[in-house]
Design a protein around this ligand. Sequence first.
Ligand SMILES: [Zn+2]
Length: 588
Amino acid sequence: MHLYLPWRIHFWWLGWTTLIVLGTPATLEAAPFFPRGPGFYFDPYKLGALAVGFLAWVKLCAWVDKDAKLYRFDPVFWNGMLLGSGMLGFLLLWNLPLFWPVFILIGVAICSAAYGYLSKRNRRADAEDQLFNDKHFWRLYEKYLGARLKRAPGVKVESTRALPIRFMSRSTTGGEAGDAARVEKVQESKGYKAALEMVWDALEKRATDIHLEPTKTEMNVRFRIDGMMNNLQPFPRATGDAVVSIFKVIANIDISEKRIAQDGSFSAQIEDRLVEFRVATAGSVVGEKMVMRILDSSAQLANLSHVGMTEDMQAAIRDVITKPHGLCLVCGPTGSGKSTTLYACLHEIDRFAQNIITVENPVEYRLDGITQIEINPKAGKTFASELRSILRQDPDVILIGEIRDKETAEIACQAAQTGHLVFSTLHANDSVTAIARLIDLGVPPFMLSTALLAVLSQRLVRKLCKKCRKKVKPSTETLRKLKADPDEVSQIFRANEVAEEKEDEDKEDADESERCTKCGGTGYFKRTGIFDLLVLNDKIRDLIRENPDVQEIRKAAVATGLKSLFDDGSRLVIAGETSIQELLRVAK
Ligand SMILES: [Zn+2]
């Protein structure tokens, strides 16, 4: 029913509007020959304003109807709000003698209904799909004015473009004067501009890591974007070495030592945000290589509805994290979004009513209202030692960056048993293996069985670039894997990847122009999570305590409804969010 109602009403209004717009000139034309008596009167300005108002309102209603379905809001409610406020307004206009004040009032009523909808949907939309907020206006500015400025004739963009980046050294020993002096020193040196350009490029491409790897003649530059390594134009070896030296100076690393592995950090002011860089060097046979990890602390913190879970799973997690005490684990390999999910969980907890302390290496997100501690094994600040000291700070919620040894695991379990809610991550393939891994680490099974609340396992899959994805008909084999009904799923999508072999040779230029502007030809843009959640019940607790056998626990877990990561990911393939190839790559 609700599918037809809005459209029928739209056509009804559209019909009237067309009649008024077309009828006005004809009536004006006929006016001198058609004497009107008192009372027959109209004003073309008012009629025009009314027609424009009508059309805008109809267009807005149609858009909200479509958009609400896309973002899974109730279209009936929002259509009702917009239609209702408009209809009420036009009814008032019909009956009251004051045209302009009421006309403005209608505008305000419709706009506030639209604003209500926009503020809700922007919270669900990705940053680049948000509308009518600062991000949208900034995008428009860059698209129209930014591009025009760059294209202005006679301006050599490359040589005159001043990049809005400023490197800042941050050392633990030298004072601020020493830091500033180091940055000033490198500004004059060869390769500084190349270093700035490289960092700017990495940030623009949403890279999380920059790798500089020397060969005999060149310095290879690779960015990790959405978890995958991407090769860039290499530097000549001399420039590359100069760039490495510059970052070593800023990160306060001994530049004379080129063989032993070293690490350091620096930050950079980029426009109005502060980005931190963790630098690690290592000597190889051909020279010194460098890896920089980019920690964008201003990055928007995700909440649970943003990490890609189904509504049911979000509800199950909220249920777990509102318990007063216990241990919640997130497991998966490095770079599977574990800490993002943990922070999304913290976000759900009222951090001003509870004392939340985190111990991390490194602190990836900054959150107001909580205490964040960074460990430093070199200075003797380990997870275990820091945990012992924070337990004396009367915390309600503790977040431990990672459990990787017996001592940390035991303290985590003890804290969970003594009235604290503890969150942590663990390297394990799935939730059941995570339990086995903790027992392998040496945590007594009885302790684990009482402390552990739930284990969430997760991976990140790359989302298909919506601009260039290609429709395909799924094979019977694919449908069987997806456990999908052939009648319901008639099409899925695949990535439009630019084939590697086409890239060399003379076709390179042609490829460059064919390349999708949104994803740069990778076919994917950004990532989302796939999950499986194991909430412990009494049966599983008994199994852990009495007979911690992986197969038995898995059987009991599947009986509670535990799905595999692949099964959770199949919803994304069916919805066209990712490809079957990508899902198989991440979760076999
Ligand atoms: Zn694309």
